[in-house]
Design a protein around this ligand. Structure first.
Ligand code: NDP
Length: 286
């Protein structure tokens, strides 16, 4: 019993401390980060910059990306460039990957992080928005991965997919968003198998995140749920460590791992707890 308890404690400690890696290994690494104008993507760019990486960042707003690039150069990035792109346009996914490969002379890390704006409320039957969001949050990830795979194969590179607990466990108010995250887990989880079966050099890391204190997330959940949000810079560091360690999956913060582990044990109580954790007043919200 003592042995089992010790094993359990050691396991929990490993989950809490997160993956470890050699910071030196990222010096000069050629990295493409999507959705890097704000939030977790912006923090990813700053961490990579401090580690001395060569960066290409993308999002829609060129003026904001320019400021992020300037800060990256101040922080120590060997190279920092930006390319404005809208992932609702399939051509933009091709253009961004090609630009990064051309400018950096190849690619070591493809960090797929962007998400399109989506309302946080009861689903109103808007199928068109769901279709659009699947393009932005899912199909563009698939397309960029396809375009980057040949160069990543040459460099022993990595694809890092930023996903969510909402891609593992169902919940109300974010149905189109959650659908895109479930799709990512299904696609990139399957890709992990296929790459392993083919003896590929490319690793795929899927990051499951809980609530993170980015401006957009905080604004969305206001009035719906009251749980602690974890810092974006820590989430970003965890994502970088997971990718550099070539883990297949990584979880941040710690509780997301246990939610996934115990997800199917008591479905009735899980669903009850999920619904009760939200505030829903049909008079005031959609
Ligand atoms: P933000 O909303 O802060 O950032 C989204 C980024 O995507 C911005 O850089 C935005 O820039 C860009 N973007 C938006 N629309 C498009 C588009 N059409 N084409 C290209 N880029 C676009 O998101 P977070 O930092 O909160 O989230 C980052 C990742 O973390 C996401 O994958 C999210 O699902 C995941 N996550 C976040 C959680 C949280 O609580 N914050 C929880 C779980 C997962 P611009 O407007 O300039 O285009």
């Amino acid at each position: 019993l003592f042995f089992l308890c010790s094993l359990g404690v050691a396991f929990i400690a490993v989950q809490w401390s997160g993956p470890s890696f050699h910071a030196e290994s990222l010096k000069g690494a050629r990295v493409l980060v999507t959705g890097a104008s704000t939030g977790i993507g912006e923090q990813l760019a700053y961490h990579y910059a401090r580690l001395g990486a060569q960066l290409v960042i993308t999002a829609r707003r060129g003026n904001v990306l320019e400021q992020v690039v300037n800060k990256c150069l101040e922080l120590g990035a060997q190279k920092a460039l930006f390319i404005p792109a809208d992932m609702a346009n399939p051509e933009d996914s091709d253009r961004v990957v090609q630009y990064a490969i051309d400018q950096l002379g190849g690619l070591d890390y493809l960090i797929l992080n962007h998400i399109g704006p989506s309302p946080y409320r009861m689903w109103d039957g808007d199928v068109e928005h769901t279709r659009w969001l699947l393009q932005v949050n899912f199909l563009s990830f698939v397309q960029m991965a396809k375009n980057a795979l040949p160069t990543l194969e040459k460099s022993n590179g990595s694809i890092v997919v930023v996903s969510s607990l909402l891609g593992k466990v169902t919940s109300p108010f974010a149905l189109p968003y959650a659908a895109t995250k479930f799709a990512l887990n299904g696609f990139f989880g399957g890709l992990q198998h296929e790459l392993a079966m083919q003896g590929s050099n490319v690793s795929v890391t899927i990051c499951t995140l809980g609530l993170i204190d980015t401006e957009t997330a905080m604004e969305k959940i206001k009035g719906y749920i009251n749980i602690s949000a974890y810092p974006a810079h820590e989430a970003a560091w965890h994502i970088i460590a997971g990718g550099a360690s070539r883990l297949t999956e990584t979880y941040y913060p710690w509780y997301t791992y246990y939610v996934c582990l115990f997800r199917d044990w008591f479905p009735y109580y899980r669903d009850l707890a999920t619904r009760n954790s939200y505030t829903y007043n049909p008079q005031t919200v959609g």
